[in-house]
Structures are given as structure tokens and as C-alpha cells.
Design a protein around this ligand. Sequence first.
Ligand code: BDR
Ligand code: CA
Length: 337
Amino acid sequence: MSAVLRVFADLDTGVDDAMALAYLLASPEAELVGVASTAGNVGAQRVCANNLALLELCGRPDIPVSLGSLVPLSIPLRTAEDTHGPAGLGYAALPAAHAGPTDYDAATAWVRAARAHPGELIGLATGPLTNLALALRAEPGLPGLLRRLVIMGGAFDYRGNTTPVSEWNIAVDPEAAAEVFAAWGAAVAGGHAGELPIVCGLNITERMALRPPYLAELAAAAGAPGIPSANPLIRVLSDALRFYFEFHDSVGEGYLAHVHDPFAAAVALDPGLVNTREATVDVELDGSLTRGMTVADWAGHWGRPPNARIAVDGPVQVFFDRFRDRVGPFAAGLAHS
Ligand code: BDR
Ligand code: CA
């Protein structure tokens, strides 16, 4: 197996998705082979434009970006401009990219990437699971083709952020999430699953609370201290995060931002970062109060084998230090290139 970690990222970019993308690009052991643009925080076309613009800003316009389904599997799309800003990147304004999306869609991109690197590819999903579900319909062998899958989604023994019990990525497309967990369950039962997906839910990602002084640390690590930073990537991330701070403040969380997605990206590259517990996970699709809830059967009541490893613990400071120590110098390199 190659020492390089080949990663395929499925994002609904999104402020914290942008951080995840920057982290992957800044990580020397990772090679990002493709990006899927999933409708969620904003519409899929906008997500796609954001992904393309960020990759260009980061000097990687060569990485293929694919457009995903415009709508969830069976319900209308809801978006979160209140949380992520009118175009998904808060107050950041990026010039449109020169490159366009691939001529194949995001589900096809998942399948092509997995088939091109059988047993090697690390999948990271930080948005709704619409395109991953479509990819699994097209290639039911996907669980066995991937080396690892890390999902930011759900809330385990923990409150939701979209309904009292449902987390955003699951709430946008509960049917897709249910299909993904069921597909891994079927692969486990059939003995061709590979590793169980690692699921980073709100129970762990809400511990990743980023506060304004951290942006100053990041700017200093990029060699362009002060906020606003003169470094273009740090400027974009901090302009995006300022909106995210305001949103969290407006809902009573304080002037901070829960940075779910870069934490999941860090776990994708280094699963040792989290302690996990195996469980069988399913998604409630019917409950009038509980639709979109991720239910973990910790004790085996359902008699179905575990289909996920749920992240239950992880070192907050290690994550933030690692993000700064990677993205800072990476951003500095961009300014000098
Ligand atoms: C998730 O929802 C989105 O708004 C964020 O980007 C993150 O992926 C957190 O619930
Ligand atoms: Ca996201």
C-alpha cells in the first residue's frame, strides 16, 4: 500500500468545510484525488463554485471537483445561509475559479475514485450523504473498495443542532444517511465491508470550539500576523469564521464557532486521534418528533452487527495545534508562490 493517503472529500462548503479542505491540502501525507460538491449549507452549484474557488486560491486548480445532486433523495432541499452566509463562506469573497466542474457527477466521482484506488482510498463526508448514497446504489461494493470512511454527521446520546435530536447533515437528507448506514450494514453481514465508517457526531465535534484569539495564532503561523491577516487564505478563513462566530453567538452558544468538519478531516488522516465505540447505527425516518435522529444500538438490541465506529473522545488541543501547524505554513507558502 502506498505511503500517501489518497483522500476523496465530499463537502457542502460551508465555512467549516472550507477549513477541512484547507487542512487536507496542507497535510503533506495526504493526496486529495477529488472533491464532491453536495447540496446542504448552500445549493450544490454554489458549493461547487466555492470548492473550485478555494482550490484555486490554494494553488490546486488541478484537483477535480464534481457537482452533486441538486436535491436530497426524496425531500426538498433546505439550506443554511443563516449559519454560513449568503454564498456559504460567511463574509469571505472569493473570485470565481477559472476551472469548471468535471463532466461526470459527484456520485460517479466517488465510484471512479474508489475503483481507481481499490483498498486505498479514504472517503471523507462532511455534508449530507446524498451523493454517497447515490454512489452506493451505483457501486454496492464501495464499502469493500474504500480503505476508510469518515463521516461528520449525527449526534450520539447528545442533542441535535437542527431539531432537538437531529444533526444538520443527517437532517438535510435522512433517507440518504439511512441508505449509507444500511449499505455498510449489508456489507458487514456479507463479509465484504473493510473497516467500519468512523462517525464524528456533534457529541464530539461541538467540543471543537474555535474562538477569535485562535485566528491570530493562525495568522502568526502563516507569517502574516494580525486580523485581518495579509495572507489571502487566512483572510478568507477568518472572514468566513467571523460570520460563523456571529451565528453561534446569535443562538446562544457564545462568540465562537464549532468547527466540525476540519476535525473530521483530521480523523480521516489520523483515526488514532479519536477513541471510538462500535455500534449499529440507523436513522429515524418516521418519527414526527424524531425524524433525522441517528440512533445507536450500543447494546445489540436489534441483533444486527455494528456498522459504524462512533467517535466518543478526542483531544481538542491536539486538533487545534495540528490545524494551526499545518494550515499556517501552508498558507505562508501560498503567499510566496
Ligand atoms: C455540520 O452541518 C454543517 O452546517 C457544517 O458544515 C457541518 O458539516 C454540523 O452539523
Ligand atoms: Ca459541512
